[in-house]
Write a protein that binds this ligand. Structure first.
Ligand SMILES: C[C@H](O)[C@H](O)[C@H]1CNC2=NC(N)=NC(=O)C2=N1
Length: 186
C-alpha cells in the first residue's frame, strides 16, 4: 500500500534527488484535521501552499524558490494562514528567523544590533524599500537606540502565509552588514 501521497511533479528539480524523508503532519482540510504523510526531498523546502494550487496538491518549493517568488496581494479571499506544521517545514529556509506565537498569531521574528540609532533608521529604509516592492510589510521595532527587531506576519489573515517567508528570505539577502555591530563572537 502506497503509504504516502504522491504529489504531481510540479517543481521537482530534474537532478537525481537523495532518498526522501517522510514528513508526517496534520493538515486542516474543510474544517477537520486529517493526517497526511508527504515525501520531502533533502533540498526541497517542503509544502508551500501557494494561492493557485488545490489545497490537497500543494506545490513543493525548493530552498531557492522563496527568493525568486513574489509576494501576492493579501486581499485575495483564498489566502489563509498556514498551519503550524507547514510553517515548521519552511523555517530551515529562513536562516536566522524565529517562529513565535503571540496571542495565537504565528510570526517570524529576527533581531540585530546596529552601530547607531541613525544606522538603525537606514536599516529600516532598506527593508522598507524591499517591502514596498513586494507589497508586503514587516513590523519594525528600534528600541534602546541600537536594538532592531523585525516581525513579519500577514495581518489580513492573522497568521503566516508564504508571503512572510518570501519577505524574510529576501531581507536575509539585503546588503546591511555595514550598518550592523559585529557580533563579539566573530
Ligand atoms: C492589498 C495589499 O496586499 C495589502 O494591503 C497588504 C499590504 N501589506 C501587508 N503586509 C502584511 N504583513 N500583511 C498584510 O496583510 C498586508 N496587506
Amino acid at each position: 500500500m502506497n503509504r504516502f501521497l504522491q504529489f504531481p511533479q510540479l517543481s521537482l528539480p530534474t537532478r537525481k534527488l537523495p532518498p526522501p524523508f517522510l514528513f508526517h503532519g496534520l493538515r486542516r482540510s474543510h474544517g477537520s484535521y486529517c493526517s497526511q504523510v508527504i515525501e520531502i526531498h533533502k533540498d526541497q523546502v517542503g509544502v508551500s501552499s501557494n494561492r493557485n494550487s488545490h489545497p490537497r496538491f500543494r506545490t513543493f518549493c525548493t530552498s531557492k524558490d522563496l527568493l525568486i517568488k513574489k509576494c501576492v496581494p493579501c486581499n485575495t479571499k483564498e489566502l489563509r494562514p498556514m498551519a503550524d506544521d507547514a510553517a515548521d517545514v519552511l523555517m530551515p529556509q529562513v536562516d536566522g528567523w524565529n517562529l513565535v506565537k503571540e496571542d495565537g498569531i504565528n510570526k517570524l521574528r529576527q533581531s540585530w544590533k546596529v552601530k547607531s540609532f541613525t544606522k538603525g533608521l537606514e536599516f529600516f529604509k532598506i527593508v522598507a524599500d524591499l517591502a514596498e516592492k513586494e507589497g508586503h510589510h514587516p513590523d519594525l521595532h528600534l528600541v534602546g537606540w541600537n536594538n532592531v527587531t523585525i516581525e513579519i506576519w500577514t495581518h489580513a489573515v492573522g497568521g503566516l502565509t508564504e508571503n512572510d517567508f518570501i519577505l524574510a528570505a529576501k531581507i536575509n539577502k539585503l546588503s546591511v552588514d555595514h550598518l550592523l555591530r559585529v557580533k563579539a563572537t566573530q
